[in-house]
Design a binder for this molecule. Structure first.
Ligand code: ZN
Length: 64
């Protein structure tokens, strides 16, 4: 294991696709690790962008 490059930045979380905490952000498709249940987004911005996009679709569908 080469952990040296990860210990340089403690905020960098190593991606592990086998981990139950591994997620792919629904908004930007970026793989990342989460330690907060129910949180699939890599950032608040992605959460807002995805929510807003979804909300727009729901809103427009109500027009039909
Ligand atoms: Zn994202």
């Amino acid at each position: 294991m080469d952990d040296k490059k990860f210990s340089k930045d403690s905020r960098q979380i190593k991606l592990d696709p086998d981990s139950p905490n591994y997620r792919v952000c629904p908004a930007c498709k970026k793989p990342h690790m989460v330690y907060n249940k129910g949180r699939d987004y890599c950032s608040n911005k992605c959460y807002q962008d995805f929510y807003n996009a979804t909300h727009r679709v729901v809103k427009s569908s109500r027009h039909i």
